[in-house]
Design a protein around this ligand. Structure first.
Ligand code: PLP
Length: 366
């Protein structure tokens, strides 16, 4: 047996520890997970109701075309239903983009550091990844443009960027898109767009009218709180979505995911509430960091990357022993930072207390 060369040395994804694993290992009664940007308020109560009703149909295949969900989402977003494509999380949508567009030796351009799945899926297809350093935690679109050649097939842009939480301004994005050859696909990952309140943040759907080479990646995993069900989507112009559908597995999203997503869309009051509380709590965390003279990147999603001026692994482990799971920057290329998901007000209170104790116990790095 001989796997393809691009796959031979690829690492297998190692997920962070789950709350129940940590509980067991450390003998803790209570664990707060602020590591994966999940919604601390769960999901709309309507979702549970819809899922229970859907149990009746467990033995039936889902609608491969996701027609009901497509109609509901198109109405909500004010796009044509044929501009939508669903995947098992937006992870699968970006996999489909890589699968449909990349041949071995093609080039793709992305930021260094950004969401790892762009590189992972591009690597599998044998593409060459050109990684362009962030500038102050922000995508450096000018430098990325300079890396575009006749071999470039996809530019990946994460907005807001995971792990830094920063956004590119609408102006910078438009300048980039205007200068880019329209033969290059731009995959614009907007997993956290519903949390964004900045006036500088682009309206991705408006951009689609001007740029036929644009694909938006979105998800029900974050503000909608459906991470466990694996459902995300792409929005693009019809010819692009048609190509993506050509590589899509026939039943790639489940009945439960589709049903839950429809119920979640119908409860925009829940989304509004999550957005408002997130903004308030994010401000509160940042005010606290400033008071402690810790710097952080301007945060536009439901997480913040803060420089704790200490060895990230040490701080991460000390917080873990107090029952708080965050994402240590040592695993993300930021050796003295933490990426912290915004929790509920009570969770954030606890995090602030625990972090203060940990910072007092660990000396600053010289
Ligand atoms: C969480 C996340 C996703 C996708 O998640 P799915 O659960 O696969 O929809 C995509 N991009 C970024 C930047 C994310 O943080």
């Amino acid at each position: 047996m001989q796997p393809k060369p691009s796959v031979m040395d690829l690492p297998v994804y190692v997920p962070g520890k789950s709350a129940s694993e940590v509980k067991k290992e450390l003998g803790l009664a209570h664990i707060v997970k602020l590591a994966s940007n999940e919604n601390p308020f769960g999901t709309s109560p309507r979702v549970k109701e819809a899922l229970l009703a859907e149990m009746e149909n467990t033995s039936l295949y889902p609608d491969g075309a996701s027609q009901a969900l497509k109609t509901a989402l198109a109405e909500h977003l004010q796009v044509d239903p044929e501009q939508l494509l669903f995947g098992a999380g937006s992870d699968e949508v970006l996999l489909m983009a890589a699968r449909a567009f990349l041949l071995p030796g093609d080039e793709v351009v992305m930021a260094d550091r950004t969401f790892p799945q762009y590189k992972h899926n591009s690597d599998i297809e044998g593409a060459i990844c050109i990684e362009v350093p962030l500038k102050d935690g922000v995508h450096d679109l000018e430098a990325m443009l300079e890396q575009v050649t006749a071999r470039t097939k996809i530019v990946w842009i994460c907005n807001p960027n995971n792990p830094t939480g920063t956004i590119v301004s609408d102006q910078a994005l438009r300048t980039f898109l205007n200068a880019l050859p329209s033969t290059v696909l731009v995959a614009l990952d907007e997993a956290y767009c519903e949390y964004c309140v900045s006036e500088d943040f682009s309206n991705g759907i408006a951009l689609l009218k001007e740029y036929p080479n644009l694909l938006l990646l979105r998800t029900f995993s974050k503000i909608y709180g459906l991470a466990s069900l694996r459902i995300g989507y792409g929005i693009g112009n019809t010819p692009l979505i048609h190509v993506m559908n050509q590589v899509r597995e026939p039943f790639n999203t489940t009945r439960f995911a589709q049903t839950a997503a429809i119920a979640a869309i119908e409860d925009q009051a829940f989304v509004e509430k999550c957005r408002a509380i997130n903004r308030q709590e994010l401000n509160r965390l940042c005010t606290q960091f400033t008071a402690w003279q810790l710097s952080y990147y301007p945060a536009h999603g439901n997480f913040v990357m803060v420089d704790v001026k200490r060895d990230a692994k040490q701080v991460f482990e000390a917080l873990l022993r107090k029952g708080y799971i965050v994402r240590g920057g040592h695993a993300l290329g930021f050796p003295t930072s933490l990426r912290i998901t915004v929790g509920t007000p009570e969770q954030n209170d606890g995090l602030i207390t625990a972090l203060r104790e940990v910072l007092d116990a660990i000396p600053e790095r010289g």
